[in-house]
Each structure stands twice: as C-alpha cells, then as structure tokens.
Design a protein around this ligand. Structure first.
Ligand SMILES: Cc1cc2nc3c(=O)[nH]c(=O)nc-3n(C[C@H](O)[C@H](O)[C@H](O)COP(=O)(O)O)c2cc1C
Length: 379
C-alpha cells in the first residue's frame, strides 16, 4: 500500500492517493466524515475549526461503495480558500493580498525559519502552508479507509487521552471502554481528570499560553507475525514509531512500558509465555505492548504518543524579523490552545495506515475475499 498526501492549509483542497487496496472493500463514506468531524473537535480548539466542516469526496477508485482495485483518490475542499484565493491561487496572485498575508516574523516551534532558509523563500507562508497540521485532515480520511480494511479482518483500533499538560488519567481500561473517549470533550475516560484538564486549558488560554499531552492507542485482534526481524526496515515497532513521529507536534512515542523499562529490572519488564488449548500461545502480561522482535506477538498493541504544547502562543514568543533581523514578537494566526483530542484521532489513523501496509505486504491479494481467507488461515 502507498499513501501520498498533498495540499496547502489555505489552498483549494487536500488530496490523498491510496494505492494497493484490493477490490471489493466496502467503503462507508459517512464513517470517514465522522472521523473528520472528530478531528476538528475537542476542548481548546481555535477559530479555524469553526470555518471548516470537513467532508470527504472520493474522486477515483470506488464504485457503488466498493473499491475497484485502482488507486483511491480522496479530496477535502478547504472552505477557507474562498477567503484566500487571491493570494493562494495556482494562477497569478494579487501582489497586495500576498503582501498582506506575508509572514516574516518567523514563529519559534514551527518550520518557518529553517524552511525559508532551506527553500530560499522570503515569505514563510510558502513553508507553513504545507507544514501546518491541516494536512492531518486528509491523513485521517485515508486512515479511515485503512481502518475499514483492517476491520473486515477483525482488527480494531481505539484510544484515549492519558494526560493534558500534567493532568493525568491514571485509569487502566479494557479495550471495550475506549470507544467512550470519543463522546467526551477532551477524550479522557476519567471524568474528574477531564474536568481538571479543561480548567487547566481554560487557565492557559487566559494567560495566552498553550498545552500538549499524551494519548494512548491500542490495537486489538491483530494476529502474530506482522512486521519482521529480518531487516531493520520491516520492524513493526520502527514503522509505527516512524508513522506516529511524522504527525505534527509529536515529540515522543512509547511501545508497551516504553521509557519506564530503563528504570526497573528484567523480571519487571519481560512477559512470560504460556499455552492454553483454546488460546494457543499467549503472554501472562503485556509489558512489551504486543510487539517483540519487530513483530506483532498476538497481544494487544499498546502505544503512547506525546504531543508538545501548541507553538503559537497568543502572548507571542520572542523572535527575529526574517528580513530586517530586528527583534520582534512572533506572528500569531488563529490558533488552538490544545489539540490533544485531535491528536488521538490522527494517531489512530496513522496506526491504521501502518498496519494496513504490513498486512497487505504479508498477505497480498487482489480481492478482499482473498485477503480475508489468507488472514483466516494464519495461526
Ligand atoms: C491536530 C493539531 C493541531 C495543531 N494546531 C496548531 C495550531 O493551531 N497552531 C500552531 O501553532 N500549531 C499547531 N499544531 C502544531 C504544529 O503544526 C507543529 O508544531 C508545527 O508544524 C511544527 O512541527 P513539529 O512540532 O513537529 O516540529 C497542531 C498540531 C496538531 C497535530
């Protein structure tokens, strides 16, 4: 499977081309739109989310709600483009409008400064339009297609928000509890922690400051043996970490007990192996988070992802004007105070993409029936 995304934040549209899907996968467009709506919600979001109401349009590869086996093109039109056309069009733009939208007070924590130097630009807009997390909308749309592929094999993905700027949800939850997180304002399962986290975000907003957090993503139903220890590039843990680290503002990925393994001895880390006539081989604990030797081991996959606080602060950070080199305050456009709920949705989409990729690699298949049969035959 191959995914290519394209599109600028205030351009006409975001586009994804998904290659490698077998024929006869049922595509539920409404479910894609529900995921897009969730990505735009959550306590602490900024004004842009009120302008856009993301809806996907499928341009190619699907007929009568079924994939054809050809590349699937997904498209989300940016409603805000109507306000930006004169300075974001592919055709000749209005010089005055371009000047008005030019950004030279480069923002710390963003791609602005390094991007203008690297690509020899005099307007950081030519950098930020692509660096923006608006790109994640189309990744969520593609992720939902991959999720539908995985679901047809019985592989489910869920998750919740574990921490917001120091306020922790310390609960231990069964996979079936996770769906409830999508019905809360911040994606936390412990309502007391969520109330505290909302107060924290509201306070930070008043102070012109921002928040990040940690989300936990879990995968249920993936059989053992996906990914491989044969080459470094095939390792499932490495591929998941790469996918998750590619999300804007993600600064850490843990698998299973993650960083905590460095602080304890071996008997507190490794999962002992047992056998049961019904279950077959299984682990008595799951500290490894379902991956050993770069392969799924049949236990739940457990991942945690850390997001840094949003880098645009309304009480602007100090910077330097790119052209004059004078000390100034960073530019600030409409911005989120906290986007951790959205990150949880995006992280699930990225995990779906990586897993669909490893499943397709191992099983191949021209049709969904072939993929399902090959999956069924695996131990
Ligand atoms: C869902 C989501 C929403 C975001 N919203 C904003 C925002 O409103 N303002 C902002 O400055 N950064 C926002 N970011 C973070 C920036 O996109 C990101 O920090 C920046 O592109 C630099 O990339 P890096 O943090 O990966 O180095 C958001 C990130 C995500 C995942």
């Amino acid at each position: 499977m191959k995914l290519t995304t394209a599109g600028e934040s205030h351009g006409k549209a975001l586009v994804a081309i998904v290659e490698g899907l077998p024929a006869h996968l049922h595509i539920d467009v409404e479910k894609i739109n529900v995921a897009l709506g969730l990505r735009q919600s959550g306590f602490g979001r900024g004004g842009r989310q009120k302008i856009e109401r993301d809806q996907v349009e499928i341009l190619t590869g699907v007929r009568n709600e079924e994939t054809l086996g050809s590349p699937v093109t997904l498209c989300i039109y940016n409603k805000d483009f109507a306000n930006w056309e004169s300075c974001m069009s592919a055709l000749a733009c209005d010089e005055e409008k371009m000047q008005a939208k030019r950004l030279t007070k480069v923002r710390p924590g963003h791609a602005d400064l390094t991007g203008v130097i690297k690509f020899e630009q005099t307007d950081a807009r030519n950098i930020l339009e692509r660096a923006s997390a608006r790109e994640t909308a189309i990744r969520v749309a593609a992720g939902e297609v991959y999720r539908q592929y995985l679901l047809s094999l019985g592989v489910e993905i869920g998750g919740y928000v574990k921490e917001v700027c120091g306020v922790k949800d310390g609960g231990m939850y069964a996979f079936n509890d996770l769906a409830r997180a999508k019905t809360t304002e911040l994606g936390m399962l412990d309502s007391e922690a969520e109330t505290k986290a909302k107060e924290r975000i509201a306070q930070l907003k008043k102070e012109g400051d921002t928040a990040g957090g940690v989300v936990e993503i879990r995968v249920k139903g993936l059989k053992s043996g996906f990914g491989s220890m044969m080459t470094y590039a095939e390792k499932l843990d490495a591929r998941l970490a790469q996918g998750l680290m590619s999300i804007q503002a993600v600064k850490g990925v843990e698998i299973g007990d993650g960083f905590a393994v460095g602080g304890v001895s071996g008997k507190c880390v490794h999962d002992e192996i047992a056998y049961d006539n019904e279950k077959g081989f299984y682990r008595t604990t799951n500290r490894a988070g379902g991956i050993e030797g770069g392969m799924s081991n049949g236990e739940e996959i457990v991942l945690r992802v850390a997001m840094k606080p949003i880098p645009t602060l309304m009480k602007g950070l100090q910077t330097v004007e790119y052209i004059t080199k004078e000390k100034t305050v960073a530019a600030s456009e409409r911005s989120d105070v906290c986007a951790i709920f959205a990150l949880e949705i995006i992280a699930e989409a990225v995990v779906a993409q990586v897993l669909a990729d490893v499943v397709a690699e191992r099983l191949g298949g021209d049709t969904m029936a072939q993929v399902a049969e090959r999956y069924r035959l695996l131990p």
